[in-house]
Design a protein around this ligand. Structure first.
Ligand code: PMP
Length: 362
């Protein structure tokens, strides 16, 4: 591949080159049918096969038990901030939120529109640098659910364990680390993820939901906000994002060709270690945002001694084909997003550049 650019964007993010090539080769005529995937009916058997491939691919890769449904929705992960409480937070109920970054905050704001929702744990006061350790927090026994964000994309803090909710259903926003490492799906009642980091393009959201949760959806729900109806209709209550689901099916195929989630995990760990070692070995020129125990393997966030140097760093990096390194506007600094499809070679190039930049400016 011609790697003129290494794309560190937080999302939409880099896709596997093999996936783009396959999509390109099938663009004008899907499997030789003379039509593009974007031109065929979602009710056609051609598309049914794609939907099944995406669903079965995710089921296999994530080891999703049969008593969970895998749904493909629209509205981004952000719509899930609303759909979760609309479906599961009754007016007289209450829900627990674990807030370890900006996305969790946004989820809580939407939940509060529906009923009583509260941050039972928050690291806002210390600038979102850490996550609770395994077993540190317990959901209130009467909570309708406990919600957390397994990887906070903006701050770059990640849980290294599946949160244990006890008897309380656990809902997880896994938008920015789904498929990056094995998870124990049985610990969750609902997992959701916008596709545009590790799964495919933007515009499609994956929801993995346990069957008993579907039974809790209140009657009379608006159809397109009703998980049960969507599940009953195989994610085709209305026209789904056919293109997005197609790309997810190709990403699953690619993941399998790479050895599955376990193999990808090792690669992700190696990539992240290279970057954190470069930060830690810089004599303080670079300082990581997250506490070491909470460091994200997907979004590596760090600061330089000044904002002027940070701007220069991004500018110089871009001239070398290292794109998308500017931190989120709300926190500043540098963010290197290194999702599953991001090549190790790009991380090595960044590390080289970091050393050179620090030598010149330290
Ligand atoms: N949650 C997390 C963890 C995210 O990273 C993002 C997007 N970057 C969202 C939610 C919102 O996703 P969307 O733009 O698909 O609504």
């Amino acid at each position: 591949m011609d790697h003129k650019v290494f794309n560190f964007s937080a999302g939409p993010a880099v896709l596997p080159h093999a996936v783009l090539e396959k999509a390109q080769s099938e663009l004008l005529s899907l499997h030789g049918i003379g039509m593009s995937v974007m031109e065929i009916s979602h009710r056609s058997h051609h598309f049914e096969a794609i939907l099944a491939a995406a669903r079965d691919g995710l089921r296999e890769l994530l080891n999703v038990p049969q008593n969970y449904q895998i749904l493909f929705l629209q509205g981004g992960a952000s719509l899930q901030f609303s759909m979760v409480p609309i479906n599961f937070l009754a007016k007289d109920g209450s829900a627990d939120y674990v807030i370890t970054g900006a996305w969790g905050e946004k989820a809580l704001i939407e939940a509060k529109r529906c009923g009583h929702a509260e941050a039972v744990y928050s690291t806002a006061g210390s600038g979102y640098r850490s996550v609770p350790s395994d077993g540190e927090i317990a959901a209130r026994p009467d909570a309708a659910y406990i919600h957390y964000t397994s990887n906070e994309t903006i701050e770059g803090v990640e849980f290294d364990h599946d949160l244990d909710g006890g008897n309380v259903p656990v809902v997880c926003d896994a938008s920015s680390n789904i498929l990056s490492k094995p998870i124990d799906v049985e610990k969750y009642a609902l997992i959701y993820a916008g596709a545009q980091k590790n799964l495919g393009p933007s515009g499609v959201t994956v929801v993995i939901i346990r069957d008993d949760m579907l039974e809790r959806v209140p009657a009379g729900q608006h159809s397109l906000l009703d998980y049960r109806k969507i599940a009953e209709n195989d994610s085709m209550l209305n026209t789904p994002n056919t293109w997005g689901i197609y790309i997810i099916s190709l990403v699953c195929e690619w993941m399998r060709s790479q050895g599955g989630v376990q193999a990808i995990t090792h690669r992700n760990e190696a990539k992240a270690s290279l970057l954190y070692e470069a930060i830690d070995g810089s004599d303080g020129f670079y300082s990581g945002h997250a506490d070491p125990a909470a460091r994200s393997k997907m979004n590596v966030t760090f600061r330089l001694p000044s904002e002027v140097l940070e701007a220069e760093f991004c500018g110089d990096a871009a001239t070398l084909g290292l794109e998308g390194l500017k931190g989120h506007r709300s926190v500043g600094g540098i963010r290197a997003s290194i999702y599953n499809a991001f090549p190790k070679e790009g991380v090595e190039r960044l590390v080289e550049f970091m050393k050179d930049f620090a030598d010149r400016n330290g």
